[in-house]
Design a binder for this molecule. Structure first.
Ligand SMILES: *Cc1c(COP(=O)(O)O)cnc(C)c1O
Ligand code: SF4
Length: 378
């Protein structure tokens, strides 16, 4: 065979990126497209970039209701604005002091170091930014971002995001981490990535060793469905955790994909077994073209309630909704309170046991802590 025809290197992440499915022809080699799926390819250009690695495509089946297929495959309903449809659901452009930095909370910032992903998830919240130029950040964008972080000593945590930071070469990523670590007041670095899900061959010892140099570095993965936890993905997670990189998972509840307590339970337990802590379970943001992928708040609350008590606290993710327009995250906790009065409150627990918790007697409550006197000891 001619060497040029033998371009098959499955375990090589660069091959996975190079061989990604982008056009209708590519997708038709893998899937029997439904009329609704064909429609979006027949437009001049889908509003949101289309792309999937061969690896992730192989996790999907040809069934139109397949959960992984729903994440990667564009659908005609993306043209339906539904009940709420926002270009920038979290109003990040309003908290964007310099290109690539989102500063919404007092002590932590997002640093969008690339707009590229190896799979464009159809529910992406940052469609206004993700997958447009498919470029690395320019030199002045990097420098302005670093300058902003340097000049804001209240920033203790930098969250590398995008796009997907692990689409960068290890060398490039390491250079950025090196620059951030030089800033004294930055304590924690987080990396948000879906590469362990959609291209686990990206994770190798070389990458992990580099990350380890800049500790404490936390990894935030984004598994949505137990079927994404393949042997390759599990090996990638193990490599991070074995090398001392604490790993957390953020999932998004998606209609027809994972909006059932049985699915969330299976995902969370398997992640925990792999030493990955389920962190957030997000309500899907009303990003444009996602109405058909969103769950109702009631549906999400019901799932959270069904998990409560039955799942180890270590495996339990926190249901969270991002207030549209940049209000920040709100945690949704099931309400177990049945009644309250001045002396206490009654609760009914996860298995229906009800009892009252009574507050301590006011005469036994000591003086409030004098924070100024003792603050030197904190
Ligand atoms: C979610 C988010 C964070 C991180 O929030 P945590 O609750 O600490 O995980 C930081 N900045 C922005 C803009 C966010 O949307
Ligand atoms: S990996 Fe994240 S940023 Fe990239 S398309 Fe998916 S949801 Fe959006």
């Amino acid at each position: 065979m001619h060497p040029n025809n033998f371009d098959f290197d499955w375990d090589n992440w660069l091959w996975q990126l190079r061989s990604s499915l982008k056009s209708r022809t590519d997708f038709e080699k893998w899937f029997t497209l439904t009329p609704e799926e064909k429609i979006i390819f027949s437009q001049d250009k889908s509003e949101f970039n289309i792309r999937s690695t061969p690896y992730y495509s192989a996790l999907a089946t040809d069934h139109p209701e397949d959960p992984i297929r729903k994440i990667l495959m564009p659908h005609a309903l993306e043209f339906d604005d539904g009940n709420q449809s926002l270009e920038d659901p979290l109003n990040e452009k309003n908290n964007n002091p310099t290109s690539r930095i989102i500063h919404r909370y007092p002590d932590r910032v997002l640093f969008l170091i690339t707009d590229m992903c190896s799979v464009y998830c159809r529910y992406c919240t940052r469609k206004y930014f993700t997958g447009h130029e498919q470029n690395l950040l320019k030199k002045d964008e990097l420098n302005n971002g670093l300058k902003y972080i340097k000049s804001h000593p209240e920033i203790r945590e930098v969250i590398l995001s995008g796009g997907d930071p692990l689409t960068l070469s290890t060398e490039k990523l390491s250079q950025i981490l090196f620059e951030i670590r030089k800033i004294d007041h930055v304590e924690i670095i987080r990396i948000g990535t879906r590469m362990p899900v959609v291209c686990p061959m990206r994770v190798d010892l070389d990458l992990v060793k580099e990350l380890k140099k800049y500790k404490p570095v936390f990894l935030m993965t984004h598994f949505n469905h137990p079927r994404e936890l393949s042997l390759e993905a599990a090996n990638a997670l193990e490599l991070f955790v074995d090398n001392g990189i604490p790993t957390f998972n953020q999932m998004v509840l998606l209609n027809g994909v994972n909006n059932h307590a049985v699915i969330v339970k299976a995902l969370s337990r398997r992640l925990l077994y792999l030493r990955v802590k389920p962190y957030y379970m997000f309500q899907c943001d009303p990003s444009r073209g996602t109405d058909h992928l969103r769950t109702t708040i009631e549906d999400s609350e019901q799932i959270q309630r069904e998990l409560w008590g039955k799942l180890s606290g270590l495996a339990l993710p926190q249901l969270s909704i991002d207030i549209p327009n940049g209000g920040g995250k709100v945690g949704l906790t099931p309400n177990f309170e049945v009644s309250r009065n001045e002396s206490g409150r009654s609760y009914q627990g996860w298995d229906q046991i009800t009892a009252e918790y009574i507050n301590p007697n006011p005469k036994n409550i000591l003086k409030p802590i004098d924070i100024d006197t003792y603050s030197n000891e904190i």
